[in-house]
Design a protein around this ligand. Structure first.
Ligand code: GRG
Length: 297
């Protein structure tokens, strides 16, 4: 990873942290415990991959950073909600997330449920509250895109498929279908919402960008599966080896670790190819792609 990218990523991670701190309700506002738990779940952790993608896509479309910051925060709030709910005993039942006790362990299950609900509502409130696009029509499309990505035809639906398949054997297309929804849909929306904050892209370019986003969404999951088997709990900040322990079908269980790594590389090449028609302003997206593939946690 180049020093230039590291500097850019660090400054945008800091920017999203500061914005989330301001956008989340203060912990001394009633109901204090819920607000404190929302801040606990969102602040001070995570790689902020989705915000980085939104910022990089915003650079491509000539978007203002103020607009992209709100969009990036909204997508990260949806992501944080999904992690809180995913960790609940009725789902993955995990105790460690982002290097600290999961939300329901630190607080309680009912609070964790409400944290997820409230983060999701706040995300959509932000998208409706701020001016984020050149026309109201585009902004409504953005809101609809995030709703679709988070809902039963996107992330929540993917999670339902995941839960239904524990202990079962899936083939590669079935696994891909699950992850396009569970992980890919939100990543795709981060890219597209970031891009829609600006106005320099035509329909064909937006389509190429969407193509790019689909590939990196899948690549992200392939790498996630590899890391689950190869990295330690300490490095990941979440329990390693859970997929095998829970008998979950993964890219590693189906392909083996080495072929899964190759698949991630193929997806990186496909993602790069989708960006071929763009000029140097797509450079950040290429760098975030490399980060997704090469990350160690
Ligand atoms: C509960 C509605 C609902 C959905 C849950 C996305 C998801 C569906 C669950 C997250 C659990 C999980 C381990 C998914 C696999 C890939 C993934 C999204 C990992 C976590 O994302 P990172 O690595 O996490 O970006 P950080 O902490 O860095 O933000």
């Amino acid at each position: 990873m180049s020093a230039d990218f590291q500097g850019w990523a660090r400054s945008h991670q800091a920017c999203i942290e500061t914005s989330l701190q301001t956008l989340l309700p203060a912990a001394n506002i009633a109901p204090e415990r819920l607000h404190e738990a929302m801040r606990y779940a969102v602040l001070g952790g995570g790689k902020r991959v989705r915000p980085l993608l939104a910022f990089a896509a915003g650079e491509l479309s000539g978007a203002s950073e103020e607009r992209v910051t709100i969009v990036a925060a909204a997508v990260e709030l949806i992501h944080a909600y999904s992690l809180v709910h995913d960790d609940l005993p009725c789902m993955d039942n995990d105790v460690l997330r982002r290097g600290k006790p999961t939300c329901h362990v630190e607080y309680d299950e009912a609070t964790a449920l409400l944290v997820g609900d409230s983060l999701q509502s706040l995300a959509f409130q932000l998208l409706a509250e701020y001016r984020l696009a050149d026309t109201p029509q585009i902004q409504l499309e953005m809101i609809m895109r995030l709703a679709q990505a988070a809902g039963s035809r996107g992330m929540a639906g993917g999670q339902a498929i995941d839960l239904a398949n524990v202990g079962k054997t899936l083939n590669l297309p079935e696994l891909e279908f699950m992850h396009i929804h569970k992980t890919g849909a939100l990543i795709r929306s981060a890219v597209m919402l970031g891009a829609r904050c600006g106005s320099s892209l035509n329909d064909a370019q937006l389509e190429s960008l969407d193509h790019f986003a689909k590939h990196i969404g899948l690549a992200f999951q392939v790498v996630d599966d590899v890391l689950d088997t190869e990295a330690t709990t300490a490095t990941l900040g979440k329990t390693a080896g859970k997929d095998a322990e829970h008998n979950k079908p993964t890219y590693v269980s189906i392909l083996g670790a080495s072929r899964a790594r190759e698949l991630a590389e193929e997806l990186r090449r496909d993602a790069y190819q989708a960006l071929e028609g763009f000029d140097a302003t797509a450079g950040r997206l290429r760098q975030v792609t490399d980060f997704i593939i090469q990350r160690e946690f």
